[in-house]
Every structure is written in C-alpha cells, then in structure tokens.
Design a protein around this ligand. Structure first.
Ligand code: ADP
Ligand code: ZN
Length: 746
C-alpha cells in the first residue's frame, strides 16, 4: 500500500493500535471539524489541547487534540497519532475562541486554528546547542604541563574554567581563533557536548516606574480603568478622548495595574508603521521593550515571541490584529488603540474584525478590554448607547494645547493653475507657517505621482493586466504600479498603443507630485514624504517621525500613515488636499471614515503650545461631513449618520454579509454566481442583492461577482448563509469568500 504513510515511513504499526482509543484532532487546514485519530498502544491518551503530530494524506501535520468524544470520520480509515509534542497544551479559552471566531465568520475551524499556530517551529523545544567543556585530560594537562602549552591554548583552558560555552564564545574570551579550540578538541582536552538551549530572558516592564503626573481628567479616567482591572471580570470601556488629550498616558496606567496584578497585556495597534513610536514611548515609561507581533517581525523573532507568550515570559505584546491569536496563559487586559480604524478588518482568508474579536476574546477570558479613539466607530457608540460598553471621556487637550481651528476651502471658487493642486489660501497659509518657523503637514491619501497616466496623442490609459484598475505612476521608483495586486512595469518611453514618444501625461495628484509642487513654490522649504511604500518598515517610519519632530523638515507630505498617533510639537498647519476622495464609491461607511480620517489628520496640528489650524480643500463644503469637521460637532454628525443607517437598516442596526464568487474565467464566475442567486433563501427580514460584477471585477486575474445579504438585526445571519451555501455545489475552480459584516465593497 504505497499511499499509506504508516507502511513507508516507519510510523507506528496501525495493527498495534487500540482502535477503541480515539481522539478528535483539529488540523490547521480548511476543515470545519476535527478528524479522529487512534492512540497507539503504549501511548498515554493526550488530553484536549495537546499539540500532536498526525498523518494527513502523504503529509505529517501538527494539530490540536480537540474536545468531545470524537470528530468526523477521517477519509479512509482511522490512522494513529505519531507524536505528542512537549509544548504546553492549547488552553480551553483559546480553543473556545477558535470555535467562536469560526462560527461568527463562517470560516472553517481549521482555518482559524491556523492563525493560532502560524509558527509551527515554536511548538518544538529549542534545539540544544553545542558547548565546549574542559575534560579530565584537559585539567591534567593544565596542571602538569603548563609550560608545554602554547599561550593561546593555555588561555582557552583557563577560559573553560568558568564553565562550558559555545566554541565561538570560548575563542572570543581567550582572544584566539576557534581553530585553537578545535585543536584542543582533537587532543581530547576539550569536549563538545550538547546542552539544552537556554531560553532568552526578557526584561519585565517595571510597572512601578513613575509616569507623568496625570491631569485631573486623566486621573479620573485612569481610576475607572484601574478599578475595572482590580475588580476583574469582563467589561468593555471606551476611552473617548479628543486628539492630544493624553489617552495613551491614561491607558498606560491601566497597563501598569494589569502588570502589577501579574497578568499579561495585549495592545493592538492598527498600523505597523506606528509601532516604533509607541514602543519608544512604552520603553521610556516602563524601562523595558514589549514583545512585537506583526508582519515586519522576522520568523525567528516570531518563534521566540510565540514561545515567550506561551510560557509567560513576555508580559506585554504590542501588535497588529493577528496578535489576537497568540497563546497568552495569563491575559489580564486588552487595549485596542484607534479602535475605529478600518485596518482592523481583515477581508481575505478568514474575514474578521479584530476589534470585535478582541471583545469576544476578552469575554471568554473574563477580563477587561479598553477601546481607545478620538472618533469611536458608530458601532462602538451604539454599543455605548445600548449600555453594553461604558464610556470614559477626555474632553480636553493635554496642558494648554487647544484644538485646531478648521476652515473649509471651497474649491469651486479657487483656481490652482494647470497641473497644480494647492489653492491660493493653502499656499498663503504654507508661506505664513514657513515664515513663522513652524511646520506644515499636507495630507493626500494617494500614493505615487499620479493616479492615472494617459497618452495625450491617442488617449491610451495604462491598466493593470490582472485587475480592473489603472496603473499608478511612481516617479521616485520609476514604475507603473497596481495598488491592488502589486503588478509593476517600467514607465515606457513611448505609448504602447500609438507609439508616440513624450506624450504620456499624468492626471491628478499623488503625494509625489504634491512634493514637486511644494518644492517649486517654496524652494527653500525642506520637504519629506511619508508614505508606506517608501518606508521599508516601522523603524524607518519611526526615524522619519523623529526627524520631523526634531524639525529637520518644514513640510511633511503624506498619506494616511501621517494621520495617526504622531506628535509633532512645531506642527501648526494641516492642509487636506482632497477631502472628497474617500466619499465616492458605494461604501456604507464612507462618510464616517472620511470624518474619522480627516479629524485625525487635523488633530496633528497645534498639539503643543502653538495654536494650530486645519485647511480642508473640498468641492462639497455643504456636505455634512465637511460641516461637522468645520463646526467641531462630532456628536451631531454621528447622530445624523446613525439615524440614516437606522432608517436604511444598515449596520449596526441591521446585518450584512457579502458573498464573493471568483474564478479564473468570467463564464465560470457567472455560472456559479447565478447558481447561488437561484438558491437564495426567501425569508422574512432577509434581502439578497446581486449577483453583480464586483467594482473590482477582475482582481489578481480572477473574475469576481458579488452577492449581498441584508438582514434585520434579530435574524441569525450566519445560520441563513450556512443553510444557503449547503444547498449549492460549486465547481472546484470557483472560490467563494464569505465576509460577515463587510467593510470593503470592492
Ligand atoms: P492622545 O493619545 O490622546 O492623542 P497622547 O497620549 O499622545 O494623546 O498625549 C499628547 C501629548 O501630551 C504627548 O506628547 C504626551 O506625552 C503628552 N502628555 C499627555 N499626558 C501627559 C501628562 N499627564 N503629563 C505630561 N505630558 C503628557
Ligand atoms: Zn493589479
């Protein structure tokens, strides 16, 4: 039986397994339920949570022993477990979390499990290292023949008196090459042996370290957060404070309290680019670096961090949404900073909203969670209104800082000149700010030089070969780039359509083009671009932010990564170049997001002694978003937005699910989408829209069709979708992505 791994690779003989002893094992593959495996004779049955190695087809794979008597019958016959790993078992709380996330998102449990074990190597103990130790013969040589030893050899043997160490380390201590040590090994005076690896010590944050004296507002807010930690149990607190009110200092007090109580803490941040500044601040306050968890962290570091979280050496982790799936044994507090941020929503693979799942994890762990924002999401505010979340407010800026004055510039009345994008009032404000020796920030949420390139001679537009999207010219890297799939091509010297040379024209502004305009108007100004694609990682972003804070630049030009968290004391002017950009498109959260983003960018101005102002260029000054920004009337805007959503039955007052069907060719996608459409349920309180081509109808070479389910709040949306999908059989080449509570409508 060549396809039976047990017979070919020396696994335990199935004939000797006791089939009566079976355990369900959940595997990190897209399967909805655990599979049954047999416990071989002589192996103690592993308890639920144990990490085990099992055969799956021709592979060996690590899974987790699940709860219950048995799982699904495996394909073929029940195969035996291969090995139980010596790592601490997955705790019940994390197992329940996996199940609940899967049930909520309609993802396969195995796909969610995979997110908890991204670094499989971490499940094995660290490989032992080789260390050199002096032997009896070596000691004798040192005592008997000291004069017949070369000085280098004598120094090596001396160094080994202090204990065993790796060869390189001994050579360093003795001040010689490692060849000398190897020579002694050959003589038998030194022996190399395997010693267990020592786990890296991680400096614990000092929760006793004094922080700054809190203002009365901050102190009152901090007292409430600390009380929640001391009384324990699940509870959601919304820390709602204007930009610059000192929210971070305030929740640091809660972190200190959780650490003091011997608990671990998880802080989620939306943007990796932010973590460098946050880490610095944390280090200054608590005297030790927290563990980091995000895509920019190396695989080795991740392995170490996973282990350190699991065995409790790491007391605080700061990370992106995936940090939510780490195996904390003693989690005592979760903080979600910038909780309104859309990047908490993952919309491929397992589609989940990390903020909401953080609340779920806190409730399963029975611990407090703090959601932090200057512009909380409508979902969160509605939960405050319903009495589910408690709100703690910081209504004023820290110390003497005032909130900036916001002015709308009606672009219908302005002439910027051809190929220019800064209106005269904004140019004047820039000039005044430069004159005063202060700093400015220009915000435009468009990477690259121009969002569209076309040929002036024939009208040819450059489109991505894999997506329904224009290619964006990036002049600094001399490429045309697709912002959806990453396709890149060099900027051609002539038009590929009509072959005319020198006719390619950029249309519209990107940040690179804006920098050119600023440099042309203010040749003496020192400008810098802050854009994710020009910054290789959080360190680089942190260095650029530090340089800006140190006033090495006069004008910072950036996309949304400038909006969050930064504190630049000399920054007094914020110019929003195209405020209307986020308002187009069919996104139900467009107005809310535009408000949050622009409010946040504006919040960078005037954070210290000098007063700030915000100039917003818009073609729609009468739009409620713009009026709310100018009038500083957040609550009225959110009330109006909530009323509109309630009226339309949209989240958080109704429920949505998106079904995205994709296939390599358009016919297959259409066929599958129509089959889904025909099988759509007809139920009270449930409406189905589509199928329709997705706005990005081709993405990464796949043709996409969308269906949208809209349901009343009391409908069990997951059950409706699950039953629906169970009735439809899709061809193997068709992919179906279910997105409960979608944020992206592309
Ligand atoms: P937010 O997170 O609300 O935008 P921050 O926590 O970043 O505000 O605080 C804004 C600025 O005020 C920061 O430079 C911070 O160091 C400073 N700050 C806040 N609270 C205090 C305090 N109690 N004492 C001294 N400085 C503070
Ligand atoms: Zn593309």
């Amino acid at each position: 039986m060549p396809d039976d791994p047990a017979s070919t690779t020396g696994f335990p003989d199935p004939a000797q397994t006791d089939d009566a002893r079976r355990v369900p094992v959940l595997l990190p593959v897209p399967l909805a339920t655990p599979l049954d495996y047999a416990v071989p004779a002589g192996m103690a049955a592993p308890a639920p949570g144990a990490f085990v190695v099992v055969p799956l087809g021709p592979r060996r794979i690590v899974g987790v022993v699940w709860d219950g008597d048995s799982g699904a019958p495996p394909p073929g016959r029940v195969k035996p477990l291969i090995e139980i790993l010596p790592t601490p078992p997955m705790r019940p709380e994390l197992r329940r979390f996996v199940e609940r996330v899967a049930a909520y998102t309609l993802a396969a449990s195995g796909a969610v499990l995979r997110m908890t074990m991204r670094v499989v190597e971490a499940l094995w103990p660290e490989a032992p290292r080789l260390a050199c130790a002096i032997t009896e013969a070596g000691r004798a040589a040192l005592a008997d023949l000291p004069r017949r030893l070369t000085p280098a050899r004598a120094r090596v043997l001396d160094a080994l008196h202090d204990g065993a160490a790796p060869m390189a380390e001994i050579a360093r201590r003795a001040g010689c090459g490692s060849g000398v040590v190897r020579g002694l090994v050959e003589l038998g005076w030194v022996a190399e042996t395997k010693v267990p690896a020592r786990l890296r010590d991680i400096a614990a944050p000092d929760w006793n370290a004094p922080g700054p004296a809190l203002s009365p507002d901050q102190a009152a807010a901090a007292r409430k957060l600390v009380a929640a930690i001391e009384s324990g149990g699940f509870g959601v607190t919304v820390l709602d404070g204007v930009t610059g009110s000192g929210k971070t200092e305030t929740y640091f007090a809660a972190i200190a309290a959780a650490l003091a109580a011997g608990r671990q803490v998880l802080v989620l941040l939306p943007e990796i680019a932010l973590s460098a500044q946050w880490l610095d601040r944390f280090r200054r306050r608590f005297g030790a670096a927290p563990a980091e968890w995000h895509s920019d962290v190396s695989q080795t570091q991740r392995r170490d961090t996973w282990r350190a979280v699991s065995d409790g050496r790491a007391r605080l982790v700061v990370g992106a949404r995936s940090a939510l799936f780490l195996p904390f044994p003693e989690l005592g507090l979760i903080v979600v900073d910038e909780e309104h941020d859309a990047s908490y929503k993952q919309d491929d693979g397992v589609c989940y909203q990390a903020r909401d799942m953080a609340v779920l994890r806190a409730s399963l762990a029975q611990i407090p969670i703090v959601l932090v924002s200057a512009t909380p999401s409508l979902e969160t505010m509605v939960n405050v209104g319903r009495g589910r979340y408690r709100r703690v407010a910081l209504p004023r800026r820290h110390a003497a800082a005032m909130l900036p004055k916001v002015v709308l510039i009606d672009m219908r009345q302005q002439h910027c000149g051809p190929g220019h994008f800064l209106s005269p009032p904004l140019v004047d404000a820039l000039a005044e700010t430069l004159e005063a020796g202060e700093q400015s920030l220009l915000f435009l949420n468009r990477r690259g030089y121009a969002p569209l390139t076309l040929c002036r001679a024939c009208g040819h537009r450059f489109q991505c070969p894999n997506c329904t999207a224009w290619l964006v010219e990036h002049r600094l890297t001399r490429r045309l780039l697709c912002h959806h799939c990453g396709y890149a091509a060099p900027v051609p010297a002539f038009c590929p359509e009509c072959l005319a040379a020198g006719t390619l024209a950029p249309c519209g502004p990107g940040v690179e083009r804006l920098q050119e305009e600023v440099a042309a108007r203010f040749p003496g100004a020192r400008t810098a671009l802050m854009v994710s694609d020009l910054l290789p990682g959080p360190r680089a972003a942190g260095e650029l932010a530090a340089a800006m804070a140190a006033h090495r630049f006069d004008v910072l030009i950036g996309t949304q990564i400038v909006a969050k968290g930064h504190h630049f004391p000399m920054l007094t002017l914020v110019g929003v170049v195209d405020a209307d950009l986020g308002l187009s498109g069919g996104d139900l959260r467009a107005a809310e997001r535009t408000y949050q983003l622009l409010h946040q960018v504006g919040g960078r101005a005037g954070r210290a002694e000098r007063a700030g102002r915000v100039l917003i260029q818009t073609y729609m000054p009468e739009q409620p978003v713009m009026q709310a920004l100018a009038g500083g009337d957040r609550d009225r805007f959110f009330a109006a937005e909530a009323a509109a959503r309630r009226e339309a039955g949209l989240p958080p007052f109704g429920r949505l699910a998106a079904l995205i069907v994709s296939a390599g060719d358009a016919e297959a996608a259409d066929f599958a989408a129509r089959a889904l459409g025909r099988a759509a349920p007809q139920l009270p309180g449930v409406e189905i829209f589509g199928p329709a081509p997705a706005p990005l109808s081709v993405l990464r070479g796949r043709h996409r069709r969308r269906l949208l389910v809209k349901a009343a709040r009391e409908v069990n949306l997951q059950a409706v979708v699950r039953n629906w999908l169970a009735r439809v059989k899709l061809a193997g080449a068709v992919r179906l992505q279910v997105d409960i509570d979608p944020y992206s409508f592309l």
